[in-house]
Design a protein around this ligand. Sequence first.
Ligand SMILES: [Zn+2]
Length: 335
Amino acid sequence: MIAAIRRRLIRLRTRIRETHALRARSGPYRFLVKDWRGLDDLERMSAVCGTDFFLGTLQPLPLPLDRVQRLLLLAPHQDDESIGAGGTLTLAGRAGAELHIAFVTDGAQRDIGYADSTAESIAVRDREAAAVCKRLGATRYNLGLSNLTPRPTIQDLDALIDLISRTAPDVVLLPWVLDRPAKHRLVNHMLALALDRRAGGQTKDFEIWGYQVHNALFANSFVDITSAADDKRALLALYRSQNEHCQRWDHLGMASSAWASRLLADAPTARYVEPFFTLPRDTYTELVLDLYSRDLERTYHGHVPVLEAIRRLIDEASAQGTHRAQEASRHETRA
Ligand SMILES: [Zn+2]
């Protein structure tokens, strides 16, 4: 009911803006921006677009999936794994790899068309995730962080490390470091803090493969998923709550894989690729802790609940004497 009213309001607001835009004397776009000088995004945007030119000189490499025996994927939400790596998971499973998928948040949504309550939304998304894991033959884990008010603690970092120790993965997959949503970054931050906290204490080294969900990533590697495209489509279709009430991720997920097939050598055939930003574990940890802590406000684009949560977590980790977390905390105090 509330969701329907909200949708109607959004439609109405859009229509008012469109009408206003058509009549505006200054042209149909400018009135939307109050002050052009306040926009530093244009510069940033051109720098980001510039990274695409690397494709002319750098050759992203195909990932050796056949050498992966155990794979652990962290999904901030129930569907990120299929959007970013549904084909890769399918192919790894086909090649005999053990698949472990951990959902970090409980997926709770408010005022949403497919559920009458927050609790119901959690149950619906959990069922969908279970169906996806069943289809993939993957073991499912729920870390249970609230999606509405995430408050990760040191215990959550320990649970993450415990999961890594138990599953002993050759690779850990999660959304790539600059994926836009605050909670996707939060998961990266949690992993880096957890790894830093246990630096040297792990039994086994592994690689980090960052997958693409919300924005085009800087690809240094990829998996050609053309032979698993139908499987990816089938996985995405299982998330009816999201496809039918939020956004057609079943459509966007395939489109983003189609677009990423430009990483392959030119050929006149329809192909699908999942791109990755891959790093060795320790380099990844250093990158996230350094890059994210420079300016937490910017890293999280002012997303207040996540900012509060991460500040608390960094303080907590710092109080426990983790080296880099202490630096991050000092950084933050200075800023
Ligand atoms: Zn997500």
